[in-house]
Design a protein around this ligand. Structure first.
Ligand SMILES: Nc1ncnc2c1ncn2[C@@H]1O[C@H](COP(=O)(O)OP(=O)(O)OP(=O)(O)O)[C@@H](O)[C@H]1O
Length: 584
């Protein structure tokens, strides 16, 4: 049976139903009770009917026939009422749960969500909701029904003829022991099957996602071998499982025959001796079905419920991820005499890690373009995420026009920024929707102007439906350059005070890079911008360069000043020039 901890988990799972709990339980109990009443009463009605036929008692026969019709009406009504209650509560719970999870994860902290692989998180959400659906949609209801009908059938048997009842219960217990034995064996093998399937799907995913690497590094045959081996193991385990299942079915069938034929022989003897009438024997056979079902199915049902509970309870881990803070006190009015962005004594460490940003301070004035440079791993991307409020500072502050980020809710804070990453994400939606993501409902003229300035109006005009053309998942139907141009246009449409760029031309070919860089240089003249630069030739003309080494700002100034001082920036430029010579 279920362990104490599993009962607690089941009870905790019921909290997900919220106010639908009452309707659901009424549906489950109503359905189980009405089926039990029908099964037990049918046994008694059959007993009376058969005894009436044997004794040619027409009045009793009539009464029993009316009872059968009454039973039919009762069945129809209860099935409709309790079925509706059950399914309504179940489906509404599942719909609510999906919505709550979506909302919760959408409002989750980026740092927490980054702990998961994206595919893993999505499959976690789907499989956890499926597990909840299994528990509430089938297993719990079936468990209540099986136990209730089984116990009531046992009591009814004892009422009809306790001696025969005892014999039948003994055979039913034997059925349970046999089922328990084989269910244990099957569970071990099916765990092995699941593990093999998991390995197979990982190999298949590697083959699809890493198709280029697989070919270039000649890994096809090694991967095929791997897959073949796992497939072979799956087949062996499946055969073993089928063998155990066949034995279980044989044992169950034999016990059923033994039970029924035993019951018939016993019944015939008792009838011949005039101890038990035929009606009682038939009623016992009818009740036997419910009794057998309880002892045969209980073990399997509990095992399935335990397995689903293990998945369903993980949903609470997702709900336990804290959300971003959105309830802030009334902020002060922005002070336009202050710098657009002022960072003071900023430090940050990832959970359970050392500080990767250490005591960083700098300011960006209206209309300036500043660049953050530094060796790989020095903390540039982390600093950018801190600026955009994706992580909260461990120490220090970030302010826009004198208003600290912690004074504002995250949404208001992020109003200050547009962002163009190295590899932009396009949503599965129209071009127009993708461009107006940061300012829904904005005028078409603004979208067209932004597209014009970012150099993407030409290719949009060539798309079959222009701005209404559909972008496929992740931007699969546009080139890398077009994708980045659309991202630049999206940032222009939002028209925030500060444009943050994480080297948007990094993943493009040299020609497209040069074209887009020229367009960006022009755009930057009219904006306040912070550029994260991994390659230094793109930032020679910016107003200020901040050099980050091991999370610390070690230098700042314009390109010429920093080159003259021959410090960390000078070393980086020399290194990057050498790399370009080698690449060229
Ligand atoms: N999600 C994370 N969890 C834990 N540590 C992280 C995480 N992201 C980055 N780091 C660590 O923080 C440090 C700074 O990384 P960051 O990505 O900010 O550097 P970067 O200067 O942008 O590097 P690159 O130029 O190579 O992109 C590195 O040591 C990195 O390993």
């Amino acid at each position: 049976m279920l362990k104490r901890a599993e009962w607690d988990e089941l009870l905790q799972l019921f909290t997900l139903m919220k106010k639908r709990r009452l309707g659901y339980m009424a549906g489950v109990l109503g359905h189980a009770l009405s089926e039990t009443i029908i099964m037990i009463s049918l046994a008694f009605i059959m007993r009376d009917m058969i005894n009436a036929i044997v004794e040619q008692d027409m009045v009793q026969l009539q009464r029993s026939s009316i009872a059968v019709i009454g039973m039919g009406i009762f069945t129809g009504l209860t099935f409709i009422i309790f079925g509706k209650l059950f399914f309504h509560s179940l489906f509404k719970t599942l719909a609510d749960l999906r919505l709550q999870l979506f909302d919760h994860l959408s409002a989750g902290r980026v740092g927490d969500i980054e702990q998961y692989h994206p595919g893993e998180l999505i499959s976690r959400v789907n499989s956890d909701v499926d597990a909840v659906s299994e528990v509430f949609g089938y297993q719990f209801r079936q468990l209540v029904f099986t136990v209730l009908t089984g116990i009531c059938a046992m009591i009814a048997m004892m009422v009809i003829d306790w001696k025969v009842g005892v014999v039948l219960v003994i055979v039913a217990v034997l059925t349970a022991v046999v089922n328990h034995y084989y269910a244990g064996k099957m569970r071990v093998v099916s765990d092995r099957i699941q593990a093999t399937l998991g390995r197979m799907s990982a190999t298949a995913m590697d083959a699809v996602y890493g198709s280029k690497e697989v070919r270039i590094y000649h890994m096809q045959s090694a991967q095929q071998d791997n897959y073949e081996k796992s497939n072979g193991k799956w087949l062996d385990n499946t055969k073993e499982n089928s063998g155990i299942r066949a034995k279980l079915e044989l044992a169950n069938f034999s016990l059923k025959i033994l039970n029924f034929s035993g019951m018939l022989v016993l019944g015939a003897i008792l009838m011949a001796m005039g101890v038990t009438p035929l009606g009682e024997i038939i009623a016992m056979i009818q009740l036997l079905t419910a009794l057998n079902m309880m002892f045969r199915e209980l073990g399997g049902l509990v095992a399935y419920l335990q397995k689903s509970l293990a998945g369903a309870k993980r949903i609470f881990e997702l709900f336990a991820l804290p959300g971003e803070l959105t309830d802030k006190q009334q902020p002060e009015e922005p002070d336009l005499s202050q710098p657009v962005i002022a960072v003071k004594g900023l430090s940050f460490a990832y959970p359970a890690g050392e500080a990767v940003i250490r005591d960083v301070s700098f300011a960006v004035q209206q209309g300036q373009t500043v660049a953050i440079v530094g060796p790989s791993g020095s903390g540039k991307s982390t600093l950018m995420k801190l600026l955009m409020g994706l992580y909260a500072p461990s120490e220090g502050s970030i302010a826009a026009y004198g208003r600290e980020s912690r004074q504002l809710d995250v949404d208001s804070w992020r109003q200050h920024f547009s962002f163009i990453p190295q590899d932009s994400f396009l949503f599965s939606n129209t071009v127009k929707a993708n461009l107006s993501y940061g300012r829904s409902g904005c005028a078409m003229a603004d979208i067209e102007l932004a597209a014009e300035r970012s150099g993407c109006s030409g290719f949009i005009a060539q798309l079959p439906n222009g701005y209404e053309s559909q972008i496929t998942e992740g931007g699969g139907n546009v080139s890398g350059g077009q994708k980045q141009r659309l991202a630049i246009a999206r940032a222009l449409v939002k028209d925030a005070e500060v444009l943050i760029m994480d080297e948007p031309t990094a993943s493009l070919d040299a020609r497209t890079e040069a074209e887009i860089q020229a367009e960006l240089d022009e755009l930057l003249q009219q904006k306040t911008a912070i550029v994260i630069a991994h390659r230094l030739k793109t930032i020679r003309n910016v107003d200020q360069i901040f050099v980050l080494v091991d999370g610390k700002l070690v230098e700042h100034g314009d390109h010429d000043t920093l080159m003259r001082s021959q410090g960390a920036y000078f070393d980086l430029v020399m290194q990057s020039d050498q790399e370009e010579v080698v690449v060229a």
